[in-house]
Write a protein that binds this ligand. Structure first.
Ligand SMILES: [Mg+2]
Length: 174
């Protein structure tokens, strides 16, 4: 069970991700969560930094797709001027929609970037994808469901810690 909450890399923000390294490792598709991964959940549109990051990924040959559990309206407005595929209501950690979105790619070519163990890391692990956990951009703007998830997260992290597995530095447990 806990293996679904382990990740390959932890970064403080998306800009720390070594895109060249991923490219050299044969990765071609990057799925990214939206809320608290690309921007805070109360930020409606991409920041200039996020736009630059997406452009850099594209220049390196990556296809980037947004995979969010938030509603379609949120995702549509955020991605309106981006030339990328963006999906809302993905229902992570369920895998059925993700499987559709990664059609044409081998799982070894796919990276998943997200800020939550329960949704992002779990769906990525279930699909066998290279998993990058990012420190949440901004916690206080979390939706209620996310607050609940983070409570569960802390319990999971306690379990990880007990077994000597890597623990996300932003989640404090006793
Ligand atoms: Mg998120």
């Amino acid at each position: 069970m806990l293996k679904y909450f382990t990740y390959d890399e932890y970064v403080d923000n998306i800009f720390e991700i070594d895109l060249e390294k991923l490219q050299a490792a044969g990765k071609r598709l990057i799925f990214t969560d939206l809320d608290n991964t690309l921007v805070g959940s109360d930020v409606p549109v991409p920041t200039p930094e996020v736009l630059a990051w997406l452009a850099q990924a594209k220049a390196l040959g990556f296809v980037v797709k947004i995979a969010s559990n938030n509603n379609d309206e949120r995702v549509r407005i955020f991605a309106e001027d981006l030339d990328i595929e963006a999906h809302g209501l993905v229902y992570k950690p369920l895998i059925y929609k993700m499987k559709r979105y990664m059609k044409g790619y081998q799982k070894g070519e796919v990276v998943f970037v997200g800020d939550q163990l329960l949704t992002d890391v779990a769906v990525a692990r279930r699909l066998g994808l290279y998993t990058i956990l990012v420190r949440p951009v901004k916690l206080k703007a979390d939706e209620n469901i996310t607050k609940f998830n983070r409570k569960i997260e802390r319990r999971i992290v306690k379990g990880l810690k007990k077994r000597g597995l890597p623990v996300p530095p932003h989640i404090e447990v006793s």
